[in-house]
Design a protein around this ligand. Structure first.
Ligand SMILES: *Cc1c(COP(=O)(O)O)cnc(C)c1O
Length: 399
């Protein structure tokens, strides 16, 4: 037998973390990494945050799981807090991002169905998008690396170019249900939607009776310095998916919707055995407790500005490697210049300089630190990054 017991779908690297302390990960041999990947934008409060740890431990000892057949004081409480702080009137809790996407697609189809327009089932989605790995979610992206070999996929998706409003509007027809779009594309290359694009999609939805579904699984929950990335655009969606940062590392996601958009989601239309269990709700409450402390989001904005400014200073010194900085707040990406390859550079930073970042599409690497970083973490990152850039250029020059 050559297959590994862990199904070999990931190109796992040599970092084998066994412990986390704040913004650092510690490997099997005690080696320390500065974690500016944060579980891919998940560990918003870093590792081992006392508020989150205590909430989970206390809740685990009290009540971990009950069926959604019973009343949920825990779910009601967290849903109310999320409703109070967002556009939404109602929330469905999931265990992951992709489950929130599934709920969003179903909510949109059902909306038009109960409105007497079952033919309006198609979502316009965007090239380079990433919405997760379910059959529904891989059908909602044009990326071959996620779709190949899994056909036939779910019908009902049209693909437009991201940030190309005209192109997206041109795809609207009598079968269109709405748009599904990342407010800031993450995996695809850390590209923020332009104001004209996001606002234009909103306007088109209002004019044509379509639903605007924002995927804020990566860019929501404080990551960009606002609680929700849509706040940068002065619009609100009809449906929105969140996950990643929402549980600070505990598996949790949510599909948010307005009362109007959710009108088809009545008793019996959707469900999840684990979704919204008391343990997940305790984690979600703890993350919100920390994020709602005065100054938390201002801190994210401030650290994001500092980090970006430091990158901007560093780039001209290595302009053969780096092309531009992308993203918002603490969701930053650096686009590399060919022949430098972002995936190789991420490995170099990790293996030779103890700095964890994440590769993305379009030859970009992602910098997604915990939202609780301080100045000293930024200095440590810049030190390691410039060292890494220096040794990387030497390596390629001599290669
Ligand atoms: C990570 C991600 C997903 C998928 O989330 P999972 O929890 O891995 O299912 C979907 N959309 C975006 C924008 C993401 O970044």
């Amino acid at each position: 037998m050559t297959i590994t017991p862990l199904m070999p779908v990931y190109p796992r690297c040599g970092v084998r973390p066994v412990r986390g302390e704040g913004c650092y990960l510690i490997g099997e041999r005690g080696e320390r990494y500065l974690d500016f990947a944060a579980g891919i934008a998940v560990n918003a409060l870093g590792h081992g945050h006392p508020t989150l740890v205590k909430a989970i431990a206390d809740q685990a000892a009290t009540l971990m799981h009950v069926s959604n057949l019973y009343g949920s004081p825990q779910g009601e409480s967290l849903a109310q807090r999320i409703v109070d702080m967002s556009f939404a009137d109602t929330v469905f809790f999931t265990n992951s991002g992709v489950e929130a996407i599934e709920c969003a697609i179903k909510t949109a189809r059902r909306y038009h169905d109960v409105n007497g327009n079952p033919e309006r089932y198609k979502l316009i989605t965007f090239k380079n998008a990433f919405h997760g790995r379910s059959l529904g979610a891989i059908s909602a992206t044009d990326q071959p690396k996620m779709r190949d070999g899994f056909e036939p996929l779910l019908p009902g998706f049209d693909y437009a170019k991201f940030n190309d409003l005209e192109g997206a509007l041109a795809l609207i027809d009598g079968e269109t249900a709405g748009f599904l779009v990342e407010t800031v594309q993450g995996e695809g290359g850390m590209t923020a939607g332009t104001p004209e694009f996001i606002q234009g999609l909103r306007k088109a939805c209002d004019e044509h009776g379509l639903l605007l579904i924002l995927d804020e699984i990566q860019c929501g929950y404080g990551r960009t310095g606002k609680m929700w990335a849509y706040e940068h655009y002065g619009i609100t969606p009809d449906i929105m998916t969140v996950a990643k940062g929402i549980g600070g590392g505990f598996p949790l996601g949510a599909c948010l919707a307005t009362e109007e958009a959710a009108k088809g989601m009545v008793i019996g239309t959707h469900g999840s055995t684990y979704g919204g269990n008391p343990l997940a709700m305790a984690a979600g409450e703890a993350v919100l407790d920390v994020m709602q402390e005065p100054g938390f989001l201002d801190h994210v904005t401030k650290m994001g500005d500092r980090l970006r400014a430091a990158f901007e200073q560093l780039i001209p010194n290595y302009d053969h490697l780096f092309e531009e900085i992308r993203g918002k707040g603490l969701m930053l990406g650096i686009k590399m210049k060919e022949p430098a390859v972002s995936r190789d550079f991420v490995a170099h930073l990790r293996d030779n300089h103890g700095l964890l970042t994440v590769a993305a599409g379009e030859n970009v690497f992602r910098v997604l630190p915990p939202l609780i970083i301080e100045e000293n973490h930024i200095s440590a990152c810049i030190e390691r990054l410039s060292e890494g850039a220096r040794t990387y250029s030497t390596a390629t020059a001599t290669a």
